[in-house]
Design a protein around this ligand. Structure first.
Ligand SMILES: Nc1ncnc2c1ncn2[C@@H]1O[C@H](COP(=O)(O)OP(=O)(O)OP(=O)(O)O)[C@@H](O)[C@H]1O
Length: 301
């Protein structure tokens, strides 16, 4: 991992506390982005918007904002964190102040745990020293060694300072498939009882989610002190996507490539995707993933 960029560059553009008016505008942009770009995730949209706007407009937060996004593959967890990053910093995920870690890429060998812990703590400390409102995104948390997750804990707790650095304005976003089964069970229950997915409330999910992530032996969160110390502010469920959402993803991709939307191709690509459970075939096995490569087949120019 490269060392944090020089102090002078980071401080100049770092958004310690955006002006109130500026943030009101940014809140509207964030809401518009979430409403127009993120499909089928009414709970995630609401929680992300309220959590972020509340946190950023608070001049004295007691602790960093910690969001844990859970759900099936291809449902928009990475996509949502990209939207968040783009609404806080120019350049989004490429900004100096946004740091993305992928467990299997950055921390692949359990035998190097001590080295990873030292590096990660140094990296977080260095970047927050340079910019208090740094954003750290951890993808594949369910594959992250529990010891490494606990190494992050001091930064997430209710401390004014840790070794002279305050982490209270930082934002930590954890992405994980842990709890996806539980989320799907709830979504399927609603579907089977003829209720709209938009009727699902956070209360139907959150406790079960934290418990299932905490108790899932395969999850990096398993018995992690992040959960039992209540250091995670929001567990945000991403619901499995349906056929209609895939079509929305395909249309967006067609437009992104400069093509007119051809509903015949939209239907053909969506029909190539596989769905579960076997009987009802309600939810996409891969979410919106792979629809883009399938589209290549129809546009071979
Ligand atoms: N809910 C959604 N609304 C709009 N586009 C979506 C949605 N979910 C996925 N996509 C599209 O599919 C791409 C891949 O999704 P993304 O990487 O966010 O999935 P994920 O939930 O992070 O999956 P994984 O758990 O496998 O990492 C996104 O970049 C986006 O283009």
């Amino acid at each position: 991992m490269a060392p944090p960029a020089s102090r002078a560059v980071l401080i100049d553009q770092c958004q310690i506390q955006p002006q109130r008016r500026r943030w009101r505008e940014e809140k509207q942009t964030l809401q518009k982005d979430l409403d127009h770009k993120l499909f089928g995730q009414h709970l995630a949209k609401k929680v992300i918007l309220n959590a972020l706007t509340g946190f950023i407009s608070n001049p004295k937060p007691k602790k960093p904002l910690t969001l844990s996004l859970h759900g099936w593959t291809g449902t928009g967890k990475n996509f949502a964190s990209k939207i968040i990053a783009e609404n806080i910093y120019e350049g989004g995920l490429h900004s100096h102040y946004v740091h993305l870690f992928v467990a299997t890429l950055h921390f692949p060998h359990a035998s190097n745990l001590t080295l990873y812990k030292d590096q990660l703590q140094l990296w977080i400390r260095g970047n927050v020293s340079a910019c208090a409102r740094s954003i750290f995104i951890f993808d594949e948390m369910d594959k992250m060694h529990a010891g490494l997750i606990d190494a992050i804990k001091p930064f997430l707790d209710y401390y004014d300072h840790v070794d002279g650095v305050s982490y209270q304005k930082a934002i930590f976003i954890f992405l994980s498939n842990a709890g996806a089964e539980r989320i799907t069970d709830v979504a399927l229950d609603f579907w089977r009882s003829g209720r709209q997915r938009e009727e699902i409330k956070l209360g139907d999910m959150e406790h079960a989610l934290s418990v299932s992530a905490f108790n899932n032996k395969n999850s990096g969160f398993w018995h992690s002190s992040l959960i039992d110390r209540n250091l995670i502010d929001y567990f945000i469920p991403f619901l499995p996507l349906e056929y209609k959402h895939l079509k929305m993803c395909i249309r967006v991709e067609m437009q992104a490539r400069g093509y007119d939307v051809d509903e015949d191709i939209v239907t053909r690509v969506a029909d190539e995707m596989t769905f579960f459970p076997k009987e009802e075939r309600v939810f996409s096995d891969k979410g919106c993933k792979t629809v883009f490569t399938k589209l290549d087949y129809y546009y071979d120019d």
